[in-house]
Design a protein around this ligand. Structure first.
Ligand code: NAD
Ligand code: ZN
Ligand code: ZN
Length: 368
């Protein structure tokens, strides 16, 4: 079939929205009609050429939500008309990681996915015979995509798909960092560094876990307002003094749980240093630049602080994304404030510009 898609032709150049070809889903694969897709930093990171593992040509996009239009042989977990969220982090339910409750890092299709191929090592995307590689196994800046069924979370049809798409990446990452990775205990004190999509999700996750005090740290008052809307009980402007300010707010001890959602290694260090002596847990969700390292004075660890990393919030996507979407439907998670701009696919590059200008939390592409 023919469809419109945003193709990265060359690093550092705007995406080119154009007609491309998409082949039928093969065994274990599903054709999804996209209804909504968020524009995320990871798309921009790859488009800019900063990601050393990037490749071209490829169709970017990974925060998708849509409707199942066709299924390949042997597909059993989704059916025509199902509403789905795309998962760059799949869940095969069979590999050693999927069978463990300790991680969400499914091993089933990693290598092919990282190289831009579907699990059988080929692409469904192309253009006059030339293959176009898939991105993050999703390629959702397109009217349609073909994906493995293990990378689709079937959600409640009542959920607005423009809200649901945010659960494909940033929002689930933040929520999951608090719920799955840190397992925040009721009554605790939490500090979240960064009030973008991920940090705001972490604030909401701490609230859902019944934390008593939730401080959010950012440089933008506007974003800190959003953090209060998600349940932050206090806010702080980031900077060199913020660790001391957090110690002052916690009788000199530090917070039970800290979260880093900026991607800045200096802030990661602050998140470690503001975790509580004795048992403070620092969860790192931000992605640092290539080659950067995190400095920790070992004394912070010896005296009882721990550091954990969190990819996609430790969320096992097919099981947990539908649960998180249910919680949003019940009113536990207020998704609408995260959507700052609604764009058409043709305006995808505007989504990148808005993100670079830190204008709003998420731009969402609404497909006609
Ligand atoms: N672990 C994962 O699976 C995963 C998934 C998605 C995104 N991420 C990463 O999470 C990070 C956050 O993503 P996002 O979409 O929320 O980004 P974002 O850019 O929207 O938010 C980052 C926030 O950090 C704030 N900030 C900057 N300097 C600060 C400082 N010194 N102190 C406090 N706050 C400061 C900014 O004002 C901004 O609000 C990025 O590094 C992103 O790559 C990780
Ligand atoms: Zn993302
Ligand atoms: Zn698996």
């Amino acid at each position: 079939m023919k469809l419109r898609a945003a193709v990265l032709e060359e690093f550092g150049r705007p995406l080119a929205v154009q007609e491309v070809d998409l082949a039928e889903p093969r065994a274990g694969e599903v054709l999804v009609r996209l209804v909504a897709c968020g524009v995320c930093h990871t798309d921009l990171y790859t488009a800019s050429g900063a990601d050393p593992s990037g490749y071209v040509p490829t169709v970017l996009g990974h925060e998708g939500a849509g409707v199942v239009e066709r299924i390949g042989d042997a597909v059993t977990s989704v059916a025509l008309g199902d509403h789905v969220v795309t998962l760059f982090s799949p869940q095969c339910r069979e590999c050693i990681h999927c069978r463990s409750s300790r991680t969400n890092l499914c091993l089933a299709i990693r290598e092919q996915q990282n190289n831009g191929y579907l699990p059988d090592g080929t692409t469904r995307l192309g253009r006059s015979g030339e293959p176009i590689r898939h991105f993050m196994g999703t390629s959702t800046f397109a009217e349609y995509t073909v994906m493995p069924e293990i990378a689709l979370a079937k959600i409640n049809r009542d959920a607005p798909l423009e809200h649901a798409c945010l659960f494909a990446c940033g929002l689930s990452t933040g929520l999951g960092a608090a719920i799955n990775t840190a397992k925040v205990e009721a009554g605790s004190t939490c500090v979240v560094f960064g009030a973008g999509m991920v940090g705001l999700g972490a604030v909401a996750g701490c609230r859902l876990q019944d934390a008593e005090r939730i401080f959010c740290v950012d440089l933008s008052e506007e974003r800190l307002d959003l953090a209060r809307g998600q349940g932050a009980t206090g806010t702080l402007i980031g900077g060199p003094d913020v660790v001391q300010e957090i110690l002052d707010l916690t009788d000199g001890f530090g917070a039970d749980y800290t979260f880093e959602a900026t991607g800045l290694v200096g802030v990661m260090r602050q998140a470690v240093e503001s975790a509580r002596i004795g048992w403070g847990l620092c969860t790192i969700a931000g992605v640092a630049g290539k080659g950067e390292t995190l400095d920790i004075v070992p004394r912070y660890l010896i005296t009882g602080r721990r550091v954990a990393g969190s990819s996609f919030g430790g969320v096992k996507g097919r099981d947990q994304v539908p649960e998180l979407v249910e919680r949003a439907l019940r009113g536990d998670i207020d998704v609408e404030p995260f959507i700052s701009h609604r764009l058409s696919l043709d305006e995808v590059n505007r989504g990148f510009e808005l993100m670079e200008a830190q204008d709003g939390i998420r731009s969402v592409i609404a497909f006609a």
